[in-house]
Design a protein around this ligand. Structure first.
Ligand code: SME
Length: 151
């Protein structure tokens, strides 16, 4: 199955899961599980904005142990939060300020979780392969994040 078809399937599964539930944390947790199960990436998770500390707090995820807090503007996640834009990092070792939670990660995509212009957090997906993510991942991860916040 090609990547687009896989994402279409994943999208429809997430849609049916969230149709039954409006709790954000539960839906983020199941989204991570669905993405991890279908794509087998090294790490899939959400970081959620903590306004008090002006940092991202580790949220629901699937994969190895991860950093718990990422300050605003730091690392790939904090940069995506600051810019409000999805970031694709072809080789994390070339990204200035990349936060290495796992030595096995080689590429990464981070997509803001945004509602009415406010960023609530980011979806972060890490791969052991370099250059794993492209415009298809960005498009579908954006759609998935919108879908989750549509409930
Ligand atoms: N690499 C991320 C940190 C989060 S972990 O990859 C799970 C970053 O640079 O923001």
């Amino acid at each position: 199955m090609n990547k687009t078809k896989k994402y279409e399937l994943v999208y429809s599964i997430i849609k049916s899961v969230i149709a039954e539930e409006d709790n954000l944390v539960a839906n983020l947790a199941n989204t991570c599980a669905i993405l991890k199960e279908h794509f087998g990436h090294h790490w899939v998770g959400y970081y959620l904005v903590d306004e008090k500390s002006n940092s991202l707090m580790l949220g629901p995820f699937q994969g190895p142990l991860a950093c718990t807090r990422i300050p605003y503007g730091k690392g790939v996640c904090g940069s995506s939060w600051k810019s409000g834009k999805a970031l694709i990092v072809v080789d994390v070792h070339e990204f200035d300020g990349h936060i290495a939670c796992s030595a096995e990660t080689n590429s990464e995509i981070v997509v803001p979780l945004e509602r009415n212009g406010a960023i609530l957090g980011v979806l972060d997906i890490d791969s052991v392969r370099k250059n794993e993510f492209d415009a298809v991942d960005r498009e579908f991860c954006c759609k998935i994040n919108k879908l989750i916040l549509s409930t």
